[in-house]
Design a protein. Structure first.
Length: 249
């Protein structure tokens, strides 16, 4: 997904990179669907009290489209700082807002959201601490955070590191992939293991409810069954899905 923040020194390069229409701004449907199911279970039916869900780093809106049938009746608002991503998202989402997590924060009131979707964003951020502070601010007490990010300790990365190969998802350049499988540059700056992510969220003032796993659409076809099986052990899965809550409420 397209990240909503970067610091001043890195901005000229990172902003140009993420505004490039050729840079992917969508993630796999399998991850989006699993995350949507977790959120739908946390929110429950809309009925007379529909929830406000912020899809922060919404990219082209494809994740919101995947989640829409499961979040029927709830209001989903897409937030991104990439003008190109928002232009594409408008065709899939009824409400979109341009905003950043840092440099003044999101143009949203304190406690305005019942839930935040934060899908494939945190790995792109220069300052994830400030980003989580801002997410906590816009969530109401008891509000839900659904975060997903690639897993540094994915089952195949453990084998690659033992062989002296750069882990999948990690990048050493914005111009090309070096020292690892794959060819697509997406601008990852930070990677997390399940343990590190849990500790980071707790230190940032959230209560971690659940950590789950999801498959990665880029895994070669012969290995996809193994990748799906690895989801049973989230610490070894390709993608980490975390449900956390803001205390209170």
């Amino acid at each position: 997904m397209t990240p909503p923040s970067a610091d001043t020194t890195a901005r000229p390069q990172l902003r140009d990179f993420y505004e490039n229409p050729s840079v992917p701004v969508a993630s796999g449907d399998a991850r989006s669907l699993r995350q949507a199911r977790m959120l739908a279970a946390a929110l429950g039916p809309a009925r007379s009290a529909p929830a406000t869900v912020l899809d922060i780093g919404c990219g082209d809106g494809s994740a919101a489209r995947t989640a829409a049938p499961l979040l029927s009746g709830h209001r989903v608002i897409g937030v991104d700082w990439s003008q190109d991503a928002l232009r594409r998202a408008r065709s899939l989402m009824s409400d979109v807002v341009r905003g950043e997590l840092t440099d003044g924060g999101l143009p949203l009131a304190d406690g305005c959201a019942d839930a935040v979707l934060f899908s494939e964003v945190i790995e792109h951020l220069v300052d994830p601490d400030a980003a989580l502070d801002e997410l906590r601010r816009v969530l109401r007490p008891g509000g839900h955070l659904m975060l997903s990010t690639p897993n540094l300790a994915a089952w195949y990365n453990r084998a690659l590191l033992l062989a002296g190969v750069q882990p999948v998802f990690s990048e050493v350049s914005l111009r090309g992939i070096h020292g690892r499988p794959g060819s697509e540059v997406v601008g990852h700056l930070r990677l997390y293991t399940a343990r590190a992510l849990r500790e980071f969220l707790t230190a940032s003032g959230f209560e971690v409810v659940r950590v789950a796993g999801a498959p990665f659409h880029g895994v070669p076809r012969p290995l996809r069954a193994l990748d799906r099986a690895a989801c049973l052990a989230p610490s070894a899965s390709s993608i980490l899905l975390v449900h956390a809550r803001k205390p209170g409420g």
